[in-house]
Design a protein around this ligand. Structure first.
Ligand SMILES: NC(=O)c1ccc[n+]([C@@H]2O[C@H](COP(=O)([O-])OP(=O)(O)OC[C@H]3O[C@@H](n4cnc5c(N)ncnc54)[C@H](OP(=O)(O)O)[C@@H]3O)[C@@H](O)[C@H]2O)c1
Length: 362
């Protein structure tokens, strides 16, 4: 159970080119000096546009009628630039869940595209994470605000990244230089998802060499550790944010079918618990995601129930939103975790029986 966040009074936030402050009567005059911007209206989409006539809202009566004391947990700033109000920003806080929803709007069309929105967002998000203590701040998309969220997707071959709206980053997490480059390039990251992993289906004793175990450890443990170390200062600079580490049910127990993989995931669990402690002071939430089989290439040869990657991703983001440190994504994983105090009675005997039958061919 999370402690309820204390809700301080609305602070004044000062950036290089903007001030976020308590709204004033004179802001209405500034708003009325600027006509409704057709681009803003377009942003609501054509089906809404027929319903939504912005001119109805562009009157003194409407703008002053909206003034009322804000609800607790609702922060509304007027955004000032060059001595004039140019828009507003807001944060709606859920103090029990430690999360908040952020909205921003600028009504002066000529000021768009000059980085003011980014500066406003940084001020609010930094305050929300560092001062307020929120674990997650999500953007409330009021219009077609496609430029406001930046999503990087790293892959060893960036040409493989074709998802719309994401920025490809070439990255091999076993390469320290590329990891450092990625952290320098992605300096606005507030959520790091360490998903990369390899599984070589290798045993401890009968594997021909330590190559498979080495690759798994180098990727799943050292690669993830390298990423966490490189991005820790980035997350700190962006208000704390969150790290999601993709682990496994085999972080909890050893299965000889993927023995050395399990060892690397157990090491990655230890790392995840450790960085949670080490990064607590900077407000970084660290989430461990454990799953049994997931329906991806890694488990392509497995003929057993598999959870969908979408479900795992959704559960991971839900955990970040709720400030939870652990996801047990499927039934098998929940069973294994719950059985750990009696693992030699409940977990290992069937694994041993399965293995002995496989070895003896019975
Ligand atoms: N599938 C399962 O049953 C299952 C179950 C529990 C946990 N997991 C974990 O879930 C995560 C995602 O795995 P998946 O199921 O999507 O497996 P996958 O289909 O084999 O994909 C693994 C991904 O990791 C990337 N990767 C591997 N080594 C890398 C490196 N050195 N640098 C950068 N990227 C690297 C791969 O990139 P390339 O495209 O460049 O190869 C690929 O995108 C892994 O951490 C895995 O251990 C999977």
């Amino acid at each position: 159970m999370l402690d309820r966040l204390a809700l301080p009074p609305l602070p004044t936030l000062r950036g290089e080119r903007v001030i976020l402050r308590e709204p004033r009567e004179s802001d209405v005059d500034d708003r009325l000096r600027h006509p409704i911007d057709p681009e803003e209206e377009d942003g609501y989409g054509s089906s809404w546009r027929r319903e939504w006539d912005g001119r109805r809202y562009h009157t003194r009566e409407h703008l002053t009628a909206r003034r009322r004391p804000p609800d607790p947990g609702v922060y509304s700033w007027a955004v000032e630039h060059d001595g004039q109000c140019i828009g507003g920003a807001g944060l709606r806080v859920d103090p029990d869940q430690h999360c908040a929803t952020y909205s921003v709007g600028l009504f002066v069309a000529r000021l768009r595209g000059q980085g003011l929105g980014q500066q406003i967002t940084r001020l609010v998000v930094s305050w929300g994470f560092a001062e307020l203590g929120a674990h997650r701040i999500q953007l409330e998309v009021l219009a077609g605000n496609t430029g406001a969220i930046h999503c990087y997707l790293a892959a060893r071959d960036p040409r493989a990244v074709t998802e719309p709206g994401v920025t490809p980053v070439g990255l091999d997490i076993t390469n320290p230089e590329l990891v450092a480059e990625a952290a320098a390039r992605c300096a606005d990251v507030s959520l790091l998802v360490n998903n990369a992993g390899v599984m070589q289906a290798s045993t401890f004793i009968d594997a021909p060499s330590l190559d498979a175990a080495g690759l798994e450890m180098e990727t799943n443990y050292f690669g993830t550790l390298r990423m966490c170390r490189a991005f820790a200062p980035v997350l700190a600079a962006n208000g704390g944010g969150a790290v999601v580490n993709m682990l496994s049910v085999t972080s909890f127990y050893t299965n000889p079918l993927d023995a050395s993989y399990g060892a690397s995931k157990a090491a990655a669990l230890s790392l995840t618990n450790g960085i949670r402690i080490e990064l607590h002071h900077q407000g970084t939430l660290v989430v461990a995601v454990h799953a049994g089989f997931i329906n991806t290439d890694m488990a392509a040869l497995v003929d057993a129930p598999k959870i969908s990657p979408e479900s795992v991703a959704q559960q991971a983001f839900d955990a970040v939103e709720a400030g939870q440190v652990e996801v047990l994504a499927d039934e098998r994983t929940r069973f294994v975790k719950a059985s750990l105090p009696r693992d030699h009675e409940l977990i290992y005997p069937p694994v041993q029986a399965f293995w002995d039958a496989a070895v003896t061919g019975s």
